[in-house]
Design a protein. Structure first.
Length: 232
């Protein structure tokens, strides 16, 4: 009598399933990598303010190694944020049911955020690689172009947070203490923006002041969803 063949043994991480591990890493890592990238750019690279002389921007691009390192860390953060958007869509879609309209909208917003977050440091890398051939005005133009990508990233983040909050309030997939702030976060843009007196935040209503909080929100959301997944 033939015996049934057994498939390969599946081994799980003790106390931490692969799905939860992926969710945690993709949600928390963008915050850590983003902070690391900003520390490199603001510290060793000495990233200039927008109101400083254009020649300082050219000097900034001339520090190729540090500019590329900091930009690379930011791009890694964006890539993992895109992965988080995919993990978030699965959790929201499972809870929402039906046509999954809000889940799809949240995912689309997350993809857009990641794309613009990739574009910003990519322009900085372009400036660093071509620093020896740039004029002062060309360097200034590239520098301003990189920062311009932050504006659509902030607007796309609003879509992601609002749609996620909609699913959370409807289904309870996330705690309400996180769902309501997610929905209201964009209403806080004017007061948050007015509290930041910096040349790179010229228009407080654009949402630049609240954009870094999106990475904090992603980390908190990932932890909560991972805990919920463990309990089930």
């Amino acid at each position: 009598m033939a015996t049934a063949r057994r498939g390969p043994e599946v081994r799980h991480l003790p106390g931490l399933h692969g799905e939860r591990l992926t969710l945690l890493v993709s949600g928390v890592a963008p915050l850590l990598l983003g902070l690391a990238g900003l520390i490199v750019l603001e510290g060793p690279a000495d990233r200039p303010e927008l109101d400083q002389p254009p020649v300082m921007i050219l000097d900034y691009f001339s520090g190729q190694d540090t500019v590329i390192l900091g930009s690379f860390l930011l791009m890694l953060a964006a890539m993992l944020f895109l992965w988080f958007a995919g993990c978030l869509r699965v959790a929201l879609r499972s809870a929402e049911g039906g046509d999954g309209r809000l889940s799809t909208i949240a995912f689309g917003g997350g993809v857009a955020v990641a794309v613009f977050m990739l574009a910003m440091p990519a322009v900085n890398v372009c400036g660093a690689l071509s620093a020896d051939f740039l004029s002062v005005r060309q360097a200034q133009t590239l520098y301003l172009m990189a920062d311009a990508f932050l504006y659509p990233a902030a607007m796309a983040a609003a879509v992601m947070l609002a749609a996620t909050a909609g699913v959370a309030l409807k289904t309870g997939v996330l705690a309400r203490w996180l769902a309501w702030p997610s929905l209201a976060l964009w209403l806080l843009v004017p007061p948050l923006g007015q509290s930041i007196d910096a040349p790179e935040n010229p228009a407080v209503w654009t949402g630049l002041a609240v954009l870094p909080l999106v990475l904090v929100w992603a980390a908190v959301t990932a932890v909560l969803l991972a805990i919920e997944h463990r309990d089930h």
